[in-house]
Design a protein around this ligand. Structure first.
Ligand SMILES: Cc1ncc(COP(=O)(O)O)c(C=O)c1O
Length: 357
């Protein structure tokens, strides 16, 4: 298999390429919180029994975070699985509008159902971290990513709400929203109850640093979610993942403290990295509300990224697979201060050795 440039976080493949252990790599190509919850109790039944097909207690735990009806919640095997079902609905509604550059998995999901899509360009120069006005989309289905990956632009709820009147289906991916300070104020979740054409998708991957667990959830009208249930395999979230998720989401107070801690990290490390990277000649970090930064270079950044990988064992996100971005862009997922320092030092040293052409 070749290198998959459509997604970051390919630690194993990079380790084989570099002939090192995966744990020796600092992976800033994926954008996860730098800590993961610990100290789980794993009931024997989580392994021994079939998972509850109705996912009752899992849905209750997820609904409890947002104060919504558990029937409006559908847990999935990561947000990625839920995009597949959202895309199946999108295929019935018509052409999907996708912001470009944007997260590649929406396109993968649409292709499963031969669903047509059009690209809507995102402005690539903006002057503050947000909230910003979402671009309009001339297509019956609007796919929104808030905050937007890879740019880190936070879209205002006020600019998203009117789309519900003009589009047959609005799919809003809020995978990164709980990591954004005050991000919940822009969430569309409170609008789901009165808008059957709205689907919001969340993920535990980024917020809890649990990419391997594969847990996400959709919030939408119960009729829509019941239809999806009929299409998917019977146990999409395994018993182990379901039991761990319930322990992370409950009690609510502990989960809320976790969110505050992560949001504080996004704010402080985001600002620190912005300052440090802006001082590196040839690099221009774009404003970001999220826990990743899109960097514009004064020339191709591919040799720089490759040098960091080879000499420093640091993985940054190659942006060539994003439509509209090219060799002169990189995305960096924020890390702990110690590791952020390591990234800045490595970038500075590599650029001193080989300045950008
Ligand atoms: C914008 C966005 N949404 C969703 C996902 C996928 O989340 P999950 O791991 O829950 O499938 C990603 C992963 O990179 C992402 O960048």
């Amino acid at each position: 298999m070749g290198v998959d440039l459509r997604h970051g976080g390919n630690r194993q493949a990079a380790a084989s390429r570099l002939n090192c252990r995966p744990s020796q790599l600092l992976d800033a190509s994926a954008s996860l919180a730098p800590w993961s919850p610990r100290g789980f109790r794993m009931p024997r039944t989580a392994i021994r029994d079939y998972p509850d097909r109705a996912q009752t207690s899992l849905r209750q735990a997820m609904a409890g975070i947002h104060g919504i009806d558990p029937d409006a919640v559908l847990p999935g095997n990561g947000a990625a699985e839920l995009f597949t079902w959202a895309a199946r609905d999108a295929a019935d509604v018509g052409v999907s509008g996708l912001l470009a550059p944007g997260f590649a998995d929406y396109r993968r999901a649409l292709q499963c159902w031969n669903a047509p899509s059009i690209d809507v360009p995102v402005v690539l120069r903006w002057d503050h971290p947000g909230p910003l006005e979402h671009p309009s989309m001339a297509a019956p289905v609007a796919w929104i990513c808030n905050p937007h990956n890879p740019t880190g632009q936070l879209w205002s709820r006020a600019s998203l709400e009117p789309l519900l009147a003009t589009h047959g289906l609005v799919i809003c991916d809020e995978a990164f929203l709980p990591l954004v300070p005050d991000g919940e104020q822009q969430s569309l979740i409170p609008l789901v109850e009165h808008h059957p054409n709205l689907v919001v998708i969340r993920s535990l991957t980024k917020l809890l640093g649990m990419a391997g667990l594969r847990v996400g959830y959709a919030i939408a009208h119960p009729d829509r979610l019941n239809r999806w249930r009929g299409w998917r395999d019977p146990w999409p979230v395994n018993g182990f993942a379901a039991a761990m998720t319930e322990q992370v989401l409950l009690p609510l107070g502990r989960y809320q403290r976790w969110c505050r801690r992560v949001q504080h990290w996004t704010a402080t490390e985001g600002a620190w990295m912005q300052r440090q990277l802006a001082a590196v000649p040839g690099l221009c970090p774009m404003p970001s509300s999220a826990n990743f930064l899109l960097i514009a270079g004064a020339g191709s950044l591919v040799p720089l990224r490759e040098a960091l990988e080879r000499s420093d064992r640091i993985l940054l996100r190659d942006c060539r697979s994003f439509e509209g971005l090219g060799e002169s862009w990189l995305r960096i997922g924020l890390q702990s201060r110690r590791n952020n320092r390591r990234i800045v030092r490595a970038l500075r040293e590599e650029l001193q050795r080989s300045p950008l052409a």
